[in-house]
Design a protein around this ligand. Structure first.
Ligand code: SF4
Length: 318
């Protein structure tokens, strides 16, 4: 019987997700439905369904958006070719790419322009990786693991730089960077870590909590990279962990013989899902539900400039 639930902190929405979701909401208020969104605005099923109910239409590619319509680009970023396609279709674009992803795009572009081959540490097929690689397709090589480093066929003195996806495991990425530095000591590194503050804080919070819990539930969708990393952090340290979209996915058998359950949520999971998981435990007699070492984050991003401009115009006309 579970005695206690500990809630990791920080957890849930990051500043980039907050901004991206608000971007779609404001665009719907301003233009009315439909507002097209290329890919899932953030990787969370509940967020996507809620926005769909309000009139957002999610498409896979900008080429599916009718000419002249409004389209929002997701928080994960897009390749320059997507902007070009959108211009050809005369789409009104609002770019909700997280500024921390844009920072990686800018770095990759700059390194490539300076003649470096850019090693992008990340996961093949993830939207953020696809977007970053599109900045300089001929100069960027994807590295997914330490094993990949051994297969790189560059001479030891090659002009190399690296950047990383923003939502990786801090520990695994450290190992990959270590392997790169060992093989190519001259490799040029970004001045500041590319793994974003939200990803590293959520992993740090889980690590801090692991000594106190017997099971970790991570609220997040299957395609949420940073949520999957949280599960891995727990499992790598011997604590069983499961990724759940919401309380309906909790399997009662997981809690057999468990005293304390830790709960966290990925950067794209709304807090109401944490409340629902807490209610699930309350309805099974758990009375001790406590935050674990509450730490506040105070990062905020302004809405995309193109949207702010239109909102100001609309205000002036009222
Ligand atoms: S997880 Fe990090 S990079 Fe991704 S949207 Fe949030 S703050 Fe931005």
């Amino acid at each position: 019987m579970v005695r206690k639930v500990l809630l990791a902190s920080p957890r849930g929405y990051c500043a980039g997700v907050e901004r991206a979701v608000e971007t779609v909401e404001k665009a719907l208020d301003l233009y009315g439905p439909p507002v097209y969104v290329r890919k899932q605005i953030v990787h969370n099923l509940h967020v996507v369904r809620d926005l769909e109910a309000r009139g957002a239409v999610f498409v896979d590619e900008e080429t599916e958006v009718p000419e002249g319509q409004t389209v929002v680009f997701s928080a994960h970023g897009v390749a320059p070719a997507v902007h070009a396609n959108a211009a050809l279709r005369r789409l009104k674009t609002i770019d909700a790419t997280c500024p921390l992803v844009t920072k990686v795009h800018v770095q990759a572009r700059r390194y490539a322009a300076d003649g470096y081959t850019v090693l992008l540490i990340g996961h093949a097929g993830h939207e953020e990786v696809v977007g970053t690689m599109g900045e300089a397709p001929d100069s960027i090589v994807l590295v997914e693991s330490v094993a990949d480093v051994a297969t790189l066929a560059f001479p030891p003195d090659a002009r190399l730089a690296y950047v990383t996806q923003t939502t990786l495991s801090v520990d695994e990425t450290g190992e990959i960077i270590g392997a790169l530095r060992a093989r190519f000591p001259q490799i040029y590194a970004p001045k500041k870590e590319d793994i974003c503050y939200a990803t590293s804080n959520r992993q740090w919070a889980v690590k801090e909590m692991l000594g106190e819990i017997d099971l970790l539930l991570v609220i997040g969708s299957r395609n949420s990279s940073n949520s999957n990393r949280l599960v891995e952090v727990a499992r790598a340290n011997g604590v069983p962990s499961y990724l759940i979209d919401d309380e309906s996915e909790i399997d009662e058998s997981w809690t057999v013989g468990i005293d304390v359950v830790g709960v966290t949520s990925g950067a794209s999971a709304p807090e109401k899902l944490v409340d629902r998981v807490c209610d699930w435990f309350r309805s099974r007699g758990v009375t001790e539900i406590e935050p674990f070492r509450l730490v506040d984050e105070d990062v905020e991003f302004r809405l995309p400039v193109e949207l702010r401009r239109e909102l100001t115009l609309a205000d002036a006309q009222r």
